[in-house]
Design a protein around this ligand. Structure first.
Ligand SMILES: [Fe+2]
Length: 276
């Protein structure tokens, strides 16, 4: 098992344990949450491509667990690009890991294979308030974590919930989590719908740009790029390649591993080209 997969899997197990502890009204072991959030954040910043690859994988059976971990990967990279220092990155990672903790008593509803009714949607929308209440019971936790969790569904145009806050009235970290949360959710399957392809999820997120703070939204676009890692691209020559590397300074020109040659034959192993 690679170190990346080890850390990623550790996150899925921890997320499961966090939800279990809260469900049984046990005290959340916050030191463990903070240590793991830090570990994932730091390793993501060291090897962004490796972690982004895992963050786009589909995990339909435990989507809330993977969602928490995937969002930490995204918000760590967004936070770094926004120039956050290590302490702020740590708070952001903790808040992101716990942002949907308020869903804990709604698992059956969340996993319903049919689209939510209006009443069910209203019930689900209470999860940010429930999440803040859970955090209120903890000690020695930065108040930004609570505010970020409470406000991660507030929209810049005032159409979000629970308080219809607007623009600068919204906690800064909440606005970072918000954009990562929406993009991650769209690009992964849910019990009642399929996943969107990453580029379609980007387009959908940008199409509703009035909902988001412009800075993290713009940063998300450079982080996930127009050619997300792990996706397939067909070239003008008809050759097919997989995106294996994207640099933030040249995200229009990813490196592709050619899988199928222009003549339809399998390409030799390890053939890489840079898209120009
Ligand atoms: Fe949420």
């Amino acid at each position: 098992m690679t170190r990346t997969l080890e850390i990623y899997t550790q996150g899925l197990h921890l997320a499961e344990r966090i939800f279990d502890q809260v469900k049984r009204n046990e005290n959340l072991i916050f030191a463990e949450v903070r240590d793991y959030a830090n570990l994932l954040m730091q390793n993501t910043l060291q090897s962004p491509d490796d972690f982004l690859q895992y963050s786009i994988r589909s995990t339909p059976n435990n989507f809330l667990l993977a969602h928490s971990v995937n969002c930490v990967i995204l918000t760590s990279l967004i936070g770094q690009d926004l120039g956050y220092e290590s302490e702020k990155l740590e708070i952001l990672a903790v808040a992101t890991l716990l942002h949907d903790i308020g869903m804990v008593k709604m698992f059956d509803l969340v996993n319903s294979p049919v689209k939510f009714s209006k009443k069910e949607r209203e019930e689900l929308e209470k999860h940010s308030v429930h999440g803040a209440e859970i955090i209120d019971q903890l000690q020695d936790i930065d108040s930004s974590v609570r505010d970020a969790i409470l406000q991660h569904h507030e929209d810049d145009d005032g159409m979000g919930y629970p308080s219809h806050l607007k623009e600068k009235g919204i906690n800064e970290l909440a606005s970072v989590i918000h954009v990562a949360d929406v993009y991650e959710a769209l690009s992964h399957p849910r019990p009642y719908r399929n996943a969107m392809l990453p580029h379609a999820a980007i387009k959908e997120t940008v199409d509703s740009k009035q909902r988001f703070n412009r800075r993290p939204l713009k940063t998300l676009l450079t982080v996930v790029s127009l050619f997300p890692l792990g996706t397939y691209v067909q070239l003008n020559t008809k050759a097919i390649g997989k995106v294996v590397k994207v640099t933030k300074t040249a995200f229009m020109r990813p490196t592709l591993q050619i899988l199928v040659n222009h003549d339809g034959r399998p390409a030799p192993d390890g053939m890489l080209i840079e898209l120009v």
